[in-house]
Design a protein around this ligand. Sequence first.
Ligand SMILES: Cc1cc2nc3c(=O)[nH]c(=O)nc-3n(C[C@H](O)[C@H](O)[C@H](O)COP(=O)(O)OP(=O)(O)OC[C@H]3O[C@@H](n4cnc5c(N)ncnc54)[C@H](O)[C@@H]3O)c2cc1C
Length: 382
Amino acid sequence: MKSREKPRAVVIGGSLGGLLTANTLRAAGWDVDVFETSPDQLDSRGGGVVLQPDVLDALAYAGVELPNPPGVQSYDRIYLDRDDHIIEQLSMPQMQTSWSLLYRAMKSALPAYALHAGETFVDFHMEGEQIVAQFESGRSEQADLLIGADGIRSTLRRRLLPEVVPQYAGYVAWRGLVDEPDLAGVAADRLRNRFAFQHGEGYSGLCYLIPGENDSTISGQRRFNWVWYRKYSAARLDELLVDRHGVKRAFSLPPGSTKGADIDHLREDAPKWLGPTFRALVDSTDDPFMQPIVDLLSPKMVFGRAVLLGDAASVPRPHTAGSTAKAAANAHALALALSSTWQSGVTIDSALKRWESQQLQRGKLMAELGISLGDRLMKIVR
Ligand SMILES: Cc1cc2nc3c(=O)[nH]c(=O)nc-3n(C[C@H](O)[C@H](O)[C@H](O)COP(=O)(O)OP(=O)(O)OC[C@H]3O[C@@H](n4cnc5c(N)ncnc54)[C@H](O)[C@@H]3O)c2cc1C
C-alpha cells in the first residue's frame, strides 16, 4: 500500500454479507469493489429476515437508510396446536423485514462503479503485500485485502480450507410467501401482528408478516412468510434437489424451481402434520421453495490478506434468526478494526488478528445454539 493512498478491498459476493462489508468498509475510509457471480439482480428468493440490532447498528455506521418503517412489527408470539388452538401466547415485540428490502437499500447506497456483476472469482495469489484476485473472465484485481462473502459454498473457503464442507442436519426448511389478500380470512386473522409457531413430533412451522413486493408495510400489501421444517433422508433430499427441469441443484431450490409432483406431495402431507392455519399457508403458496439445513463452522477466518465472513465462514441454523445478523456483526467489526489502519500505526495484519478471535467466538456460539435449538425441536438424537 502506498502512503496516504486509501487501502483497497475486493469483496467476493454481492449478497447481504458482501453488501454489508462494502458499505461499512467504505464508511471506514476504504476503497471497496464487489464482485458477484450472478449477472442479474439477486432478488429471486426475497423471503423473511428477523431485523436484529446487529443489522441496524451496521447500517447506521455505514449511513445506509432503510424505508420507515423498515419492516413489519409483530407483538406476540403464539403457539398453535394441530387444531389451531392457541396453547401459549407471549408478549415479544420484534420486527421482521425482507431479504429484498435490505438488499435494495444496501445496493443503492453503493456507487454503481463499485459493483461488478457477472464476475466469478476463481483463485488468488500474492504479489508482495498485495493480494490478487483472479476471475473466470480473465480479469484480475489487486488489493490490500480479499474478502470472501461468497456464501455457504464459498470458492475462497474451498481454496483455503477444502476440508470444511456443509453437513446436512437431517431436515429441510420448506418456505413460501403469500400475499396478504390471498390468505383466507380466518387464517390471516390468526396470524396478523403475531409471530406464530406450530411445533409437533419432529416437525415445526412458523409464520410472520414481512413487507410486500415493493417494500410496502401497509396493511393489505404485505406478505406472509412461512417456514415448515421437516425431516428427509439424505437420499430423499437428493431427489428433491432435482429441479423441475431435471437439473440437480447443488444446494437449495429457489422459488419457481420445485417439481410440480413435489409441491403436490407437500400439499398432500400438510393435513397429516399441520393445523388449519399452516395448511392454508401451504395451500395458498404457488411456488414453495426449499433449503436444506446444514452445519458449517470454519476454524479460521483470516489467512494473511484473505478473509472469510458471513455464511462463507460459518452458518448458524435458521432457528437462531441470526445468519444475516452475524454477517452484519462480522462486517461492522471488520470496518471498525480496519478504520484506523491507514492513518495510524496499527497494521492491517494485527487488526485482522484481533477481529478474527472475536468473530470466531461469535460464529461458534451461534452455530452451537442453532444445533441445540434445531435438534431439540426436530427430536434429532446424535
Ligand atoms: C438470492 C438470495 C436470496 C436469499 N434470501 C434469503 C431470505 O429470503 N431469507 C434469509 O434469511 N436468507 C436469505 N438468503 C441467505 C442470506 O443472504 C444469508 O444467509 C446471510 O445474509 C449471509 O449472507 P452471505 O452474503 O454471507 O451469503 P449469501 O447470501 O449466500 O451470498 C453469497 C453470494 O456470493 C455469490 N458468489 C458465490 N460464489 C461466488 C464466486 N465464486 N464469485 C463471485 N460471487 C460468488 C453468490 O452468488 C451470492 O450472491 C438469501 C441468499 C441469496 C444469495
